[in-house]
Design a protein around this ligand. Structure first.
Ligand code: GLY
Ligand code: MN
Ligand code: MN
Length: 462
């Protein structure tokens, strides 16, 4: 269902500004497909629709099975009106002329007329297969960034990264809204804990808060007492006093803009002393990394700062032994913090990850294969209006800690006996969304507490 309520003159002017900027970066026409509905278990029963993010960036709203052609700042919209009988099932929907006016298009055409206007156009592959096949068919060439022979698509990808990695006011308005609703969802999850007996109930409280604001989830929620499974998507465990619950849940606005927050709290409402020790280490890394964010700072240095603070903290509590800088140089921190410190955030939760490292990595930089660096998704100097996550963590992942190669490689730097005294911690992550400003940074999700006392209070007393 197309909702035109978010559309106004400022919205149209911002979309026009995006098109003008694109025109300065690329001479070729650009054609972007929104993608189509996909049957869930039979054709009439569909999966929730999500338009391609690149399409959304220029069209502003999620149109199903629509195409935009951008050239020299002009926007041509290609879409068909539903057949009259569709109103029986879906009600009256805005017609293409009305939609075209609402997004400030210069002209609207039926989809069939696109075929005559594809010559020399650059595009980006969409996720749904049937639309992807149409892209290749209509452009009469393979569409894939990995096929770098088609360099106009790579040129487009680079232009999109340049535009989309620094957010304009329209984007920031949406991103702040997603952040605010996600904060509410996390508070609802903390407050639901004392009345809940399963992970699923807490997930319900969190996602219910998002749905009640007419938003959806930006990614599959992680709400788990098994926080060491980094992308855990099952919710069937019972909650036990003594467990830590890790919740990574973020809202997406109806026009597609995301938030991405993680908090970890004790099911009982009280952290044990070992849980407090480790939580404080992760929080220190989180706070110190955020304090360092400003234009010009290398995001990879922020990752290494998190690694160093975690290594220092683990030395202080006796889990690691040695000099923290040496421990980071040998990737010993990655035994417990095996992922990157964060990523770009925008229309996608990992923004523009469909473009691979074209988005996350500065030109000329390649992803490292180091154990402690390979999962770093962002390696660029920060610029004003970039939105990034900061999400350090500590995990006890059996597949890492019981791996015989790691065991022998790190035999002398881990005190395994001391580690066993921290067996009530499976996974802790603290994740916030941070906007780089002209002179520093602003935490868009700062209204959600991170301090132990405040979290205990929310779980116990509300
Ligand atoms: N929610 C996925 C992530 O934090 O990267
Ligand atoms: Mn994240
Ligand atoms: Mn997350």
């Amino acid at each position: 269902m197309v909702v035109l309520s978010t559309v106004n003159e400022r919205f149209i002017a911002s979309l026009k500004q995006r098109r003008d900027k694109l025109a300065q970066l690329i001479e070729h026409p650009v054609i972007l497909w929104s993608g189509n509905l996909i049957g869930r278990n039979f054709q009439a029963n569909k999966l929730p629709f999500r338009a391609s993010s690149h399409f959304l960036y220029f069209a502003g709203i999620p149109l199903i099975n629509a195409v935009i052609r951008l050239e020299a700042g002009k926007l041509e919209l290609f879409m068909d009106n539903p057949p009259p009988e569709a109103t029986l099932w879906h009600g009256a929907t805005p017609q293409s002329e009305e939609i075209s006016a609402a997004i400030g298009a210069d002209r609207v055409y039926p989809l069939a007329e696109l075929a005559a206007k594809t010559a020399g156009a650059a595009t980006i592959a969409v996720q749904d297969l049937s639309t992807y096949q149409q892209q290749s068919h209509l452009l009469n060439r393979p569409v894939a960034l990995s096929n770098q022979a088609e360099s106009i698509d790579l040129e487009l990808a680079q232009a999109l990264v340049q535009l989309r990695s620094r957010h304009d006011d329209l984007a920031l308005h949406e991103l702040r809204h997603a952040a605010a609703v996600s904060v509410k969802a996390h508070k609802a999850g903390m407050m639901a804990t004392k009345h809940s007996t399963t992970e699923a109930e807490i997930r319900g409280a969190m996602e219910g808060t998002i749905i009640a604001q007419n938003m959806s989830c930006a990614y599959n929620s992680i709400v788990t007492v098994q926080g060491e499974v980094l992308h855990n998507e099952s919710y069937d465990h019972q909650l036990q006093a003594g467990d830590l619950l890790l919740a990574d849940v973020g809202a997406e606005t109806p026009n597609g803009w995301a938030a991405d927050i993680t908090r970890t709290w004790p099911v009982s409402g009280k952290f044990s002393s070992s849980q407090k020790d480790i939580y404080q280490i992760v929080l220190q890394a989180h706070d110190d990394c955020i304090a360092k964010l400003r234009p010009g700072v290398e995001y990879q240095d922020i990752h290494f700062l998190a690694a160093k603070i975690i290594a220092e903290g683990l030395v202080d509590v006796g889990i690691l032994q040695g000099d923290p800088e040496d421990l980071v140089a040998m990737d010993a921190h990655a035994l417990f913090f095996p992922h990157g410190v964060g990523h770009l955030l925008g229309l996608d939760v990992h923004d523009m990850e469909d473009l691979g490292d074209v988005a996350g990595y500065e030109a000329g930089r390649e992803r490292s294969d180091r154990f402690g660096l390979g999962y770093l998704r962002l390696n660029r100097p920060l610029q004003p209006q970039m939105l990034v996550t900061i999400e350090p963590g500590f995990y006890q992942v059996p597949a890492i800690l019981n791996n015989s190669n790691f065991r022998s490689q790190y035999q002398n730097v881990v005190n395994w006996e001391r580690l066993s005294q921290f067996d009530d911690i499976r996974g802790i992550r603290i994740e916030d969304d941070v906007l780089v400003t002209d002179s520093g940074a602003e935490v868009l999700t700062a209204a959600l507490p991170t301090q132990i006392g405040e979290i205990e209070d929310l779980v116990l007393n509300h």
